[in-house]
Design a binder for this molecule. Structure first.
Ligand SMILES: Nc1ncnc2c1ncn2[C@@H]1O[C@H](COP(=O)(O)OP(=O)(O)OP(=O)(O)O)[C@@H](O)[C@H]1O
Ligand SMILES: [Mg+2]
Length: 335
């Protein structure tokens, strides 16, 4: 059994259209689960259902064997971090972090001890007396994280917590979040629409589209075995064609998953050679673009237009006749 279980959740804001449709999701104990998907697919809504900020029309949410579906927000004891930090501007860093403990009537000495410990873990010791406006973006984000963690939450919910930070700080903070999450062994749900960020810190990734989970798996599994065309596109696959076409053109023999109807391959996994290149399909280069480390070619072939990225020293001109190889182990079959 999972630590957290969302089952058959439906959410509608207007009583007509469903923003979440029959959504089920498992949260494993001590792990970081990411929700990844395009804008508007329902990530924040899912997080708000978990937090208790929205009542689902149907479905259940259990945590650690307890039905939480109708438990009020403040009784769930979850930590939340949002994109906008949402720190109290008139409170010092110490008081911001201590807030949740004071609310729970924790005694003064215990508050000092717990706040001190969390500030150290989050790397913000020494900032106790400052106000939020006297901090940098990264420091504010750490205070927001500390404030969420100080109550020793049963679940940590993070909604695009890094999107206000510049690229370098973002990288730094995502490593910090992962380290702290691991150190405390805290079960977390992290919302993002940045694929790289998500894959780098997650134990499990749930790819969402139109209010549904398309696939939930380890990052490695999703990267190498996407379960649908949408997921495959999301993780960099291009060049989709039918199995029938592939067999007809001798790209694959008959030994594949018989249920599969579609196939795909990443541009960088296609082998590009000159026209004499064996086990290949002929093609003509129609467009060449320079990507920095590699060239990307749009090649006209009997399969249709194929996108190939090649870092080879050999550069092909527009109009050149080339040979394309499709390594069997790089082909992904889709049902
Ligand atoms: N309070 C609301 N009232 C009505 N519709 C809403 C409300 N909040 C969200 N929606 C709609 O629900 C859908 C899902 O929104 P949600 O905020 O969950 O998306 P998201 O995946 O978090 O997107 P983003 O990546 O842009 O933050 C969207 O179509 C959005 O317009
Ligand atoms: Mg959102």
């Amino acid at each position: 059994m999972s630590y957290g279980e969302l089952r058959h959740i439906n959410v509608s804001y207007d009583k007509k259209n469903f923003v979440l449709q029959d959504l089920s999701l498992d949260i494993h104990e001590g792990e970081l689960l990411s929700l990844l998907g395009p804008s508007g697919c329902g990530k924040t809504t899912t997080l708000r259902v978990i937090a208790g900020l929205i009542d689902p029309v149907g479905g259940t949410f259990e945590l650690d064997g307890t039905d939480m579906t109708h438990v009020q927000v403040h009784k769930r004891n979850f930590g939340m971090v949002f994109q906008s930090y949402a720190l109290f501007p008139h409170l010092t860093v110490f008081d911001n972090i201590a807030f949740g403990l004071k609310l729970r009537n924790v005694e003064e000495a215990a508050i000092r001890k717990q706040v001190g410990k969390i500030m150290e873990i989050c790397g913000i010791e020494g900032f106790e007396k400052r106000f939020p406006k006297q901090l940098s973006g990264g420091q504010r984000q750490r205070v927001a994280l500390a404030r969420a963690l100080v109550i020793e939450p049963k679940l940590l919910l993070l909604d695009e917590p890094l999107s206000n930070l510049d690229a370098q700080l973002r990288l730094q903070m995502r490593t910090s979040i992962k380290r702290i999450q691991q150190e405390l062994g805290i079960s977390s749900v992290f919302v993002t629409h940045d694929q790289e960020e998500c894959f780098s810190i997650s134990d499990q990734v749930a790819i969402m589209q139109n209010g549904k989970i398309e696939q939930c798996d380890s990052p490695e599994q999703i990267y190498s075995h996407p379960a649908s065309e949408m997921v495959a596109r999301f993780v960099g696959f291009r060049n989709f064609f039918t199995v029938e076409q592939a067999v007809g053109l001798h790209i694959v023999a008959g030994n594949f998953d018989k249920m599969a109807t579609m196939m795909c391959i990443r541009p960088e996994d296609i082998v590009l050679g000159d026209k004499t290149f064996s086990v290949s399909m002929p093609g003509t280069v129609e467009v060449r673009t320079y990507l920095g480390k590699a060239y990307q070619y749009e090649v006209k072939t009997p399969l249709g237009m194929v996108t190939v990225a090649s870092s080879e020293d050999t550069v092909y001109a527009v109009g050149a006749t080339v040979g394309l190889g499709f390594p069997r182990e790089k082909l992904v079959f889709l049902n």
